[in-house]
Write a protein that binds this ligand. Structure first.
Ligand code: FCB
Length: 443
């Protein structure tokens, strides 16, 4: 049998990623909680409820699990609505609690990466027009200042915004997330405000903590023309990819925002990234369709032969991760895989998905592409937005009622990867034997 091992660089960060609203529970003062109370918004009217009960203290046992499983980093997010429950009040006790959580990571030898905004907004902000009101730039800046002043001793890695492109698509294009709009004009204003808010946050963080590393975690979905020979397919593929994938990161790189019909010079946002974050789940094929004006006349679908997750939400397309890392190279910055994972309650596909994606990441590393870390989504099953509890992304399974966690086999696989800083042929043979011949031909 092949004895190969795919090694990662020394000091590589191995962790999982989580988000406040999805794990904490009882986030009653934010837009998602309100959204969940409206019938029909969430599959089967599921509610986040107690979620994974982190606010009740269960982060401790989950961090213990992560640490015992060899993870040396963790990405979590701060809930703005807890810190600033009303525009004129800062809740110091919740800041203290986050400090305790983050110290809890250090005590377990895990490096924190902290996200400042992961989809949920304070209700008071929504009442003032949310991200469609340009005042949000100042509000966000003030909130970020507060957090960084309190936590800078403990955190070097910051993510300002999680998936601003997903936030805009869900909330302002398809209307399936709060605030439930289908309004491209608003989408363009929100994009402008998010780009500016990011840059303002970047500057505040660096003024308080010059050595910090700051980035965003965009949702990146490589897109391929359904029929390569078709100029129309190629055109709509480029249009969609520009709008969804490229617009935001490119604005931070060049200071020029080009999104849908919007063209704006924003010189102050230029160069406001210290690393390139990549949330990668899957890639799409795009075909021209006159029936899809809101999607820039592109119909997106998965490759018909790709292996799909249980609900069809994700296609297992590991090569997309390699292509993205290569794409990330043109920014000339370190690269972090800020999210990657799959919903799979039965934990059969997850083992293959994990090995195949890490194999592609290892290939990238071997081309000397500067990948510094990988955060798997996610540690324990959590509340998955409009999909509620129907999708199970955890390395640990959660019984939402009893809050009991049960380890899935992938948790053991990931633990071995983290502990040895690599993926070995022997692990592949044990956890996903079907992959062996393809990964180690001629052995
Ligand atoms: C990403 C989100 C994250 C989680 C995963 C499955 O788009 O950032 O919160 O829902 O998808």
């Amino acid at each position: 049998m092949a004895q190969a091992t795919f090694h990662f660089p020394r000091g590589f960060l191995w962790g999982t990623a989580t988000a406040s609203h999805q794990v904490e529970g009882d986030n009653t003062n934010n837009t998602w909680w309100a959204w969940e109370q409206e019938p029909g918004r969430i599959i089967d009217d599921h509610k986040s409820g107690r979620a994974c009960d982190w606010w009740g203290g269960r982060w401790k046992e989950d961090f213990d699990r992560a640490a015992e499983a060899g993870q040396n980093a963790h990405r979590l997010s701060i809930e703005w609505s807890r810190l600033q429950p009303t525009p004129d009040r800062w809740d110091e006790s919740s800041l203290d609690y986050y400090r305790e959580m983050i110290q809890g990571l250090h005590e377990r030898n895990m490096q924190p990466m902290v996200t400042l905004h992961h989809f949920s907004d304070p209700l008071w902000l929504a009442e003032r027009g949310g991200w469609d009101n340009e005042a949000v730039v100042g509000y966000f800046e003030a909130y970020v200042r507060r957090v960084v002043e309190a936590l800078k001793e403990y955190v070097d890695l910051w993510v300002t915004l999680n998936e601003p492109n997903g936030y805009i698509t869900g909330g302002y294009v398809f209307g399936i997330w709060p605030p439930g709009k289908q309004d491209l004009g608003a989408a363009m204003r929100v994009m402008t405000n998010q780009v500016r808010a990011h840059a303002a946050a970047y500057k505040v963080i660096h003024s308080l903590q010059p050595g910090a590393q700051v980035g965003i975690a965009p949702n990146l979905r490589p897109m391929l023309p359904a029929r390569r020979w078709s100029p129309l397919d190629r055109l709509v593929t480029t249009l969609q990819s520009n709008a969804f994938n490229e617009a935001f990161p490119r604005a931070l790189h060049t200071g020029k925002l080009s999104f849908l019909t919007l063209r704006k010079n924003l010189p102050e946002v230029r160069g406001t990234q210290d690393f390139v974050g990549i949330n990668y789940y899957s890639r799409d094929y795009v075909a021209f369709s006159p029936l899809k004006p809101a999607e820039l006349f592109g119909r997106r679908f998965y490759h018909p032969e790709a292996e799909l997750s249980s609900s069809g939400f994700i296609a297992n397309e590991p090569r997309g991760l390699f292509d993205l890392v290569k794409w990330g190279l043109h920014f000339g910055l370190p690269i972090m895989i800020t999210e990657n994972g799959i919903e799979d309650a039965g934990d059969d596909l997850r083992r293959r998905y994990l090995i195949q994606h890490l194999h592609q990441l290892w290939r990238a590393v071997n081309f000397n592409l500067p990948v510094k870390g990988y955060f798997h989504w996610t540690l324990v099953d959590n509340f998955e937005w409009e999909r509620g509890w129907t999708q199970r992304f955890g390395l640990w399974e959660l019984d939402v009622e009893t809050q009991v966690r049960r380890k899935r086999p992938s948790a053991d696989l990931y633990a071995e990867i983290c502990q040895t800083n690599g993926v070995s042929a022997e692990m592949v043979a044990r956890f996903a034997p079907g992959l062996f011949p393809g990964m180690f031909p001629n052995f």
